[in-house]
Structures are given as structure tokens and as C-alpha cells.
Design a binder for this molecule. Structure first.
Ligand code: UD1
Ligand code: CA
Length: 505
């Protein structure tokens, strides 16, 4: 065991959080990559080598299920009725028969707490051999919080809740952050003596300090160096304020670590994201979950990455990516949507108005414009023509398309899966490819073009088009002026025009 004393962490998370006005229990609200309780558990983790209990009540099943995902070692303890923070800790302490050593108690709604602060509190407590130590902070607005009442010698006399405080006590700006370290045995004794003789008729954990102090035990105050760490969260306005504070802290940390963040106020990076040096994050960028941005990569403006990896030197511009892997020096966007299992190899390109899903784009291969690539493998150095659809769904099942290396597929192709285009193969523009194209072959699958000469002059006489046609043919006013790119198909057969005529009306 790393510590000389047993350490038990107890997180209080049974409250409803009424002012959140939410179907979701307060501690499950998300904040830059973790839930509120997830942040508190992360802050407590370095101090909690031995065991962690989480007191659950409101939404107990939901909270317990979440704990199972993020902290399977944490044991949920049910507080069926919320009769106060003291009652909650009493239930937790009763759940551990051998309580000894240090019990660290944390409110579940203090997400900005840093691990160093919890560790410092616990070490100060254990070093001093105190019975109980509370984390305090000096704040400008103490409204609603418990006040630290000190005695003449500056020691802790008691903690008073605002609603039970005298006018003089309310003027105190040193508050109880809701984070504590206790000697387990003394805590257990004091919890048994808590009364409900207060404005809310609840068992107050904070009363433990007055009881221990009155019994001649040493109680201590540990002042947090950064008061913002102790901010709680009672409604969504406060949650948004905490989110901004955490954003600024996360961004400052990355900038100091060598990442350029061009507009920190519009850049939101989850605490779980990893960035490498000389990465550049441009305006309006959100990086979420397990996303990683490699060295020198440029992400943004206007990018959201969720659980997505960006390789070194890649560029991602105005894009949305979920569970995608973007290789080194690859290029994405502007305006691209990478869905789960999109994998771009080194120097691959997914360009403008392109959507990919479960698709591997090989090294140096490009899907530059207006395409959907679903359930596909594209080899190396291939080019997919503009406006191509990988037709992966037959209405019942999804099928795979394979394009080889050094292939050149034409614009406006449909690859009707399952289908394979071999290495070095070409396909003609406008083709619906339903059969495999062997390596080196040209796949053509489209109706042959017919031109019906004179159709416009016969069928649309007197229109601007007919006049332009007449001019182009040298039979009307301005004859001889040819429009750029106008191809007259002189070899189209008259034979076809007679029958085609009517069909095209
Ligand atoms: C508590 C402190 C107050 C401190 C403030 C810091 C007490 C009596 N007061 O006040 O001094 O300044 O935190 O934020 O402790 N909870 C349970 N079961 C219960 C009651 C609460 O699990 O029966 C949990 C809540 O879910 C929450 C935490 O305990 O995570 C704090 O409860 P809350 O009601 O917010 O306490 P405050 O009145 O804010
Ligand atoms: Ca509170």
C-alpha cells in the first residue's frame, strides 16, 4: 500500500439537484469530457488508493450504472432518503466495518477541484494528526455556502450554514468547499451524535467539526490556493460558468505545453483529449472524448472531433468527425463529415461535401468532392471522381466496395456494392458500376449518347435557343460566332433523329 494509513474516499452524490430542473441527476451532467461526479472522482483518485464509496440516492440506478462505466472500483452506497450530508456520510461509514485511517469526503458537485488540492488537503490533515480538516476558500460572493467561523486564535470554531448563521457570521467570506479529511474512528463517533436541530432539519456533516472541537480534538482548516476550484454547481447557469472556467484552464494548460490556440474563447477541449506540440487549433473548434491531435496538425476553424485521432501535420478544416482516424499529413474538408470507422492513411484526402463511414482511404488517395464513401476500402494513390456514391445499402444489408491502388474512377459514378475495382483500373464518368472492373481495365456503364441534329429549330422554333442554334449553324443573324465549349456532333445520324424526336418531347 502506498500510504501508511488506509484511505477511504466518500463522494456524496445522492442529492437531486432540484435547481437543475432536469430528468438527469445533477452529478451526471456533463462538463468538458466528464460528468460532474466523474470530475470529482478523478480529483480524488490520486488520494484514494484503498477504496472509494459513492453515496447515491436520486437516480441511484442511473448514477450506479455510470459509475460502473467510469469507475468500476467505486462502490455505490444507497441513501434512500436524503436526510443531509451527515446522514449520507453516516450511511457510507456504516458500510465499511473496519473504518480506520483517513476518510476523505467530497461533495459530488465540485468539478473544478484539482487532484493536487485533494492530495495537499489529505497530506496536511495526516501530517498534523488532525481529527478533521476542511478545505476552505476565500470568495467574493459566499451566498448559500457554509461559513468558516474561526476562534480568537485563528483556529476553526465551527462551520455554520448560511440559513443558520447570524448576520455577523454571514459577513464571513471564507467558505466551506464541501471537501474534508477525517480520522475515521473519530468521524464515526461524531456522526452518531449529530442532531437535526437546524433550519433544514437535516443531519449536517459540518456539525462534526463543532462536536470534535468541543471534545478537545484538533480540527483544522486547509485553504485552497485557487478559490475557483471549490465552486459548486446548483443550476445550469452555474454549470455554464464552470464550463467556461474549465475551458480557460484546459486551454491555458495546452498553450503552455506548446499548442497554439488562436481563439481560446471559442475552443472547447475536453479534459480527456490529448494534444501534441505545435498543433494549431483555430476558431470554433471542439475536441471531445478521446480525441488526439498530433504534432503540427492544424484543426479548425469550425471543426468538431469526437473520439477522433488526427495524425501529425494533418489539416482538418470545417469538418465533423466521430470515431475517425485521420492519418499524418492527411487533409479533410472544408465541409466534410467523417463517421465512425473512417480511416484516412498518410496524405489521404477527403475534401468538400464528402461523407465517409466505415471506409479506409489509402495512402495518398483522394476523394475530393461531393461524394459518399460508405463501407469501402480504397487502396493507395487512387482518385475518386467528383459526385461518387458508394452504394452500400440494398435496403436490408450493407455491402462492401473495394477500389484498388492507382485507380482513377470517373466523376458521377455509383459503385453498387459488393463490387471491386482493380489496381490501376479506370471507370468512365457517369457509370453505374455493378460488376467488378479487373486491374487495368476501363469500366464503362452508361447509356450511349445520341445527338439529334436540328431538334431545337424544329421543335422549339422562335426560342432564343433556336436563334442561337441558327447563328451557330451560319444560317441566322450573327452567324459564325461560336459559343465556347459548344460541340456540334456532326456525325450523329439522321436515321436516329426521326424516331428519337417524338420520344424526347
Ligand atoms: C454543503 C455544506 C456547506 C458547503 C457546501 C459546499 C453541509 C451541511 N453544508 O451545503 O457548508 O459550503 O456544501 O458546496 O454539508 N448529499 C447527499 N445526501 C444528502 C444531502 C446531500 O448525498 O442527504 C450530497 C449532494 O448530492 C451534494 C452534496 O451532498 O453532492 C452537498 O449537498 P448540498 O445539498 O448541495 O449541500 P449544501 O447545502 O450546498
Ligand atoms: Ca450545494
Amino acid at each position: 500500500m502506498p500510504q501508511s494509513r488506509t484511505r477511504t474516499v466518500v463522494v456524496l452524490a445522492a442529492g437531486e439537484g432540484k435547481r437543475m430542473k432536469s430528468a438527469l441527476p445533477k452529478v451526471l451532467h456533463p462538463l468538458l469530457g466528464r460528468t460532474l461526479v466523474g470530475h470529482v472522482l478523478a480529483a480524488a483518485a490520486p488520494a484514494a488508493a484503498d477504496r472509494t464509496l459513492v453515496v447515491v440516492g436520486h437516480g441511484a440506478d442511473q448514477v450506479a450504472a455510470h459509475l460502473g462505466e467510469i469507475a468500476p472500483e467505486a462502490v455505490p452506497v444507497l441513501q434512500a432518503e436524503q436526510r443531509g450530508t451527515g446522514h449520507a456520510v453516516r450511511i457510507a461509514v456504516e458500510a465499511i466495518s473496519d473504518a480506520e485511517g483517513t476518510v476523505v469526503v467530497l461533495n459530488g458537485d465540485v468539478p473544478l477541484l484539482r487532484p493536487e488540492t485533494v492530495t495537499a488537503l489529505v497530506e496536511a490533515h495526516e501530517t498534523a494528526g488532525a481529527a478533521a480538516t476542511v478545505l476552505a476558500a476565500e470568495v467574493t460572493d459566499p451566498t448559500g455556502l457554509g461559513r468558516i467561523v474561526r476562534d480568537a486564535r485563528g483556529g476553526l470554531e465551527q462551520i455554520v450554514e448560511e440559513r443558520d448563521a447570524t448576520a455577523e457570521q454571514r459577513a464571513i467570506r471564507e467558505i466551506n468547499a464541501g471537501i474534508y479529511a477525517f480520522d475515521a474512528r473519530l468521524l464515526r463517533g461524531a456522526l452518531g451524535k449529530l442532531s437535526t436541530d437546524n433550519d433544514q432539519g437535516e443531519e449536517y456533516l459540518t456539525d462534526v467539526f463543532g462536536l470534535l472541537s468541543a471534545a478537545g480534538e484538533a480540527v483544522a482548516v486547509h485553504v485552497a490556493a485557487d478559490a475557483t476550484e471549490t465552486l459548486g454547481c446548483n443550476d445550469r447557469v452555474e454549470l455554464a460558468a464552470l464550463r467556461r472556467l474549465l475551458r480557460d484552464r484546459v486551454n491555458a494548460g495546452w498553450m503552455r505545453a506548446g499548442v497554439s490556440i488562436l481563439d481560446p474563447e471559442t475552443t472547447w477541449v475536453d479534459v480527456t483529449v490529448r494534444l501534441e506540440r505545435d498543433a494549431v487549433l483555430d476558431q470554433n473548434t471542439q475536441l471531445r472524448g478521446s480525441s488526439v491531435v498530433g504534432e503540427g496538425a492544424v484543426v479548425g476553424p469550425d471543426v468538431t472531433l469526437i473520439d477522433t485521432t488526427v495524425g501529425a501535420g494533418a489539416t482538418v478544416l470545417r469538418a465533423h468527425a466521430v470515431q475517425a482516424e485521420i492519418g499524418p499529413q492527411a487533409s479533410v474538408g472544408p465541409y466534410a463529415y467523417l463517421r465512425p470507422k473512417s480511416r484516412l492513411a498518410r496524405k489521404a484526402k477527403v475534401g468538400t461535401f464528402v461523407e465517409t463511414k466505415n471506409a479506409a482511404v489509402g495512402e495518398g488517395s483522394k476523394v475530393p468532392h461531393l461524394s459518399y464513401v460508405g463501407d469501402a476500402t480504397i487502396g493507395e494513390q487512387s482518385n475518386i471522381g467528383a459526385a461518387t456514391v458508394f452504394v452500400n445499402y440494398d435496403g436490408v444489408a450493407k455491402h462492401h466496395t473495394t477500389i484498388g491502388s492507382h485507380a482513377r474512377t470517373g466523376a458521377d459514378n455509383m459503385f453498387v456494392a459488393p463490387v471491386t475495382v482493380g489496381d490501376g483500373a479506370y471507370t468512365a464518368a457517369g457509370s453505374v458500376i455493378i460488376k467488378d472492373v479487373p486491374p487495368g481495365a476501363l469500366g464503362v456503364a452508361r447509356g450511349e449518347q445520341r445527338n439529334i441534329p436540328g431538334w431545337v429549330e424544329r421543335r422549339r422554333p422562335g426560342t432564343a435557343a433556336a436563334e442561337a442554334a441558327a447563328r451557330a449553324a451560319g444560317t441566322g443573324p450573327g452567324a459564325g460566332v461560336e459559343g465556347e465549349g459548344l460541340h456540334v456532333m456532326a456525325d450523329a445520324s439522321e436515321r436516329d433523329s426521326t424516331s428519337g424526336d417524338t420520344a424526347l418531347e
